[in-house]
Design a protein around this ligand. Structure first.
Ligand SMILES: Cc1cc2nc3c(=O)[nH]c(=O)nc-3n(C[C@H](O)[C@H](O)[C@H](O)COP(=O)(O)OP(=O)(O)OC[C@H]3O[C@@H](n4cnc5c(N)ncnc54)[C@H](O)[C@@H]3O)c2cc1C
Length: 446
């Protein structure tokens, strides 16, 4: 007998990734139920302007109100000091509560419960809750972040890294953050306008002297006392609560889709916090996941295409952030011989994080998101976007370059004519022209 379904889609975890998938699916008309409990620790995180924009585009409103305006971030790296208004701070407990409020406002059901097991099943995957209740759906989304069990597949893993987070309360002062390096790792400091301070160490998971949980508070106190950079930040502060230790190793799961269950966010791919982009990458897989799920449910003949889209984007994003992280580590040369810095400045490989020049390498058929579905379309493969560029400013770019004349002068003239026909406005045309020229494609003047 077919099992009764609790929802079209069940989402395990109500962090930024789970919430973004749920909002996107609700917009496509699916019945979604999110099952999640708040993270069991207090943390503060820093995000850039583009994360704020990604959250806005994903449809969050109340969560945005929890984000501070950009604060002064002091950086001391490789002996060079800089300060710029580059980072907004968010207090995760307040932000996570607001994500749930946004879901409820959008009509998404939220169950505050602990997921004990994700039930893999091609026909009716589900969730078993801690109280034994079983829920079934057409698709399950695994969005429990780093807490999601690895199950059948670790794909790529960076050097094992541990983050130890301590908290303190002190006098009110302008919000701000700081990052600096030390011989065996790096430290991030944040101060909220409320007076709350956070100090986070990132160290090798097997760093000598790192104690078990019971000795962590004394260890952290001694380390902080020995950090000259931390003293001014923590002046007049009283430590609050025990430190939290959590894994911060970069990891890419080998099976983002497994028998009815789609992984998103940190459950699919978690980046090193040094890249400062965890929430951004969590949103990047979560905001395209609704189109992947919509394709699985509405257009099953395109299942392989949709899953390839999801997996290849996760891998590409993971490697890009891993290489960006590697370059940050390599830029700190004072302790280059220490194992912490040596291992991380060589992982994942020696390939450049950014293409040295923008170049078009050809056209190919690749999966893209079109009208809420994954479809195969002709894209331009570029040195910066190896998965392909389908549209620039809303205009499909591969047809612009199809069957151009061989003579360079003629090509440039035909291209200029095609731009005029394809673009709806002068602004659109000049953006397209600039994009092509940046990719070393000549376009004749108008
Ligand atoms: C040390 C460290 C520092 C970081 N600093 C930054 C930073 O400054 N900026 C930044 O952008 N990113 C940062 N990140 C990354 C960022 O925290 C994550 O990338 C982001 O939160 C991932 O979102 P997510 O929704 O995938 O997972 P999460 O945010 O972890 O959400 C998962 C949700 O699932 C819930 N959950 C887990 N297990 C269960 C269960 N069994 N039952 C029910 N619910 C469950 C959790 O409580 C949580 O609400 C940092 C990460 C680490 C490790």
């Amino acid at each position: 007998m077919p099992q009764a379904l609790h929802a079209d889609v069940l989402v395990a975890g109500a962090g930024p990734a789970g919430a973004a998938v749920a909002l996107g699916l609700a917009r496509l008309g699916y019945g979604v139920c999110v099952v999640g409990l708040p993270r069991p620790f207090d943390a503060c995180e820093g995000i850039s302007r583009r994360v704020v924009e990604a959250l806005r585009q994903a449809g969050f409103r109340q969560a945005l109100e929890q984000i501070s305006p950009p604060v002064l971030r002091e950086v001391d790296w490789n002996g060079e000091r800089r300060a710029q208004n580059a980072e907004s701070l968010l207090w995760r407990p307040g932000f996570d509560t607001a994500l749930i409020a946004d879901l409820q406002q959008a009509g998404v059901r939220v169950m505050p419960a602990r997921v004990a097991t994700v039930l893999h099943d091609d026909q009716a995957p589900g969730l078993r809750l801690a109280d034994g209740t079983e829920l079934r759906a057409r698709v399950v989304v695994e969005a429990r972040g780093r807490a999601a069990p690895q199950g059948r597949g670790v794909g790529l893993r960076g050097p094992a890294t541990l983050a130890v987070l301590t908290r303190a309360r002190g006098p009110r002062a302008p919000a701000g953050s700081a990052v600096f390096a030390c011989a065996d790792g790096w430290v991030w400091l944040a101060r909220l306008a409320t007076g709350q301070r956070y100090l986070q160490f990132c160290l090798a998971a097997d760093a000598p002297g790192l104690p078990k949980r019971a000795g962590l508070a004394a260890w952290a106190r001694a380390r902080i006392d020995a950090l000259p950079e931390a003293q001014a930040w923590l002046e007049g502060c009283v430590p609050e609560g025990p430190p939290t230790a959590r894994a911060s190793t970069a990891s890419l799961h080998a099976r983002p889709w497994d028998r009815g269950v789609l992984r998103v966010g940190d459950a699919a791919m978690a980046v090193d916090p040094l890249s400062g982009n965890g929430i951004f990458q969590a949103l990047s897989s979560a905001t395209t996941a609704p189109a992947v799920i919509n394709t699985l449910l509405l257009s099953p003949q395109h299942t392989a295409l949709a899953l390839d889209f999801h997996a290849s984007r996760l891998r590409e994003t993971f490697l890009r952030f891993a290489r960006i992280g590697r370059d940050f580590y390599a830029a700190e040369a004072r302790w280059a011989d220490e194992s912490f810095w040596r291992e991380r400045s060589a992982w994942p490989d020696a390939l450049a994080a950014h293409a040295p020049v923008a170049r078009i390498d050809g056209a190919a058929l690749r999966p893209v998101v079109e009208d809420g579905l994954i479809r195969e379309r002709e894209v331009l493969i570029t040195s910066e976007q190896p998965l392909g560029v389908w549209r620039v400013e809303g205009v499909e770019v591969a047809p612009l370059l199809r069957d151009l004349p061989v003579a360079p002068g003629d090509r440039a003239v035909v291209l200029a004519h095609r731009l005029t026909q394809a673009a709806g406005s002068d602004a659109q045309r000049s953006h397209l022209r600039a994009w092509l020229q940046r990719h070393a494609v000549d376009v004749a003047p108008d």
